[in-house]
Ligand binder design. Sequence first.
Ligand SMILES: Cc1ncc(COP(=O)(O)O)c(C=O)c1O
Length: 367
Amino acid sequence: MVLSIQDFKNEFYSDRKRLHLNNAGLSPISNPAREKIKYWADRFFHEGFYTDHDYMQDVFSSRNNVAKLVGCEHSEISFYPSTAYAISQLCFQFPLKTGDEVLMWDIEYSSNLYPWQEACKRSGATLVLAPSKNFQVDTDILISKITSQTKVIAISWLQFQTGTRTDLKKVGEVCREKGIFFFVDIMQGIGMHPFNMKELNIDACASGSHKWLVSPVGVGFLALDSKHVMKFKPHNVGASTFGTCDDPSDLTCMPKTDSLKFEAGSKQVLEITALGASIDLILKTGVVNIEKEILRLSSKLHHGLQNLGFESFNHQSSIVNFIPKADTEKRLHQIPVLFAKRGNGFRLSPHAHNNDEDIDRVLQALK
Ligand SMILES: Cc1ncc(COP(=O)(O)O)c(C=O)c1O
């Protein structure tokens, strides 16, 4: 089934009392996600353990949908409560040692920065920060910071303050040539821009559920190329590391051989299946169509702000970052519209569930 952009929009809240333009922070969830939560809440209420097989099947469908979206196999996906958990699985089990270098931007979001910083502290490796310029990144500067000691490049695809984007293809090629492990935090791009980790030579990527994937807060996932899975030990360990909750305890237990070994125990079924339902909506609409609509709305907002005399920045993504005037905050609160203070300015970030009227109302209020 193919859905139009209008079909996509119809699957979201309809009252426009408050405008949701902080989707780079937290997006309203889709109707299929909401229905999925209601469905499982109801079945758990009535059926309890009788749901066992069915809910595991639904978690599997979600895993499959995540895999389709990032361009890998379902056995390469593992679920966590957040992006930071997913990154922690990777970086705290990465074989870093004194003298090794981990390279990232100096403006990384803390869920990517802090785990790697801590992994470097614990292992004696060095965290190297490539300099951005006025919240913009230049891929060649990142590449120029690579040394013979660089073991990992761990960057966000789009940076959270301004949406400035690293050329993943270029970095992926260099990483492949030099044997550097390439990790990407895809949180600010996945669901908005087309993506395929294998085509980009990405070894692992991670994201969470609550921004461009229009799903409830509470799910992170890691996609780890199967060629690396046996090199990583599970960071958390439990029944699911080895088998199922029905298996008898066995001291000779061996971990699973795919990414499922990273999931130690029972899962957040409601949140994970809701994520699967939203991704289904995204896949049926087509990421390319969603991207086109987001870029249309953000470009309208960006140029509208410039026409009103604001200094505004937009890097071919949703995020529009503009320098406020004295009364800007008050005027935005009056609509009211959600925005975030990020970098030097205010961040607005339309999704494809927004419409022209939302943008017009913001521009009208700031006139
Ligand atoms: C680049 C990036 N990564 C990750 C996250 C979220 O991390 P977590 O799921 O750990 O809260 C955000 C925003 O909240 C982000 O902008």
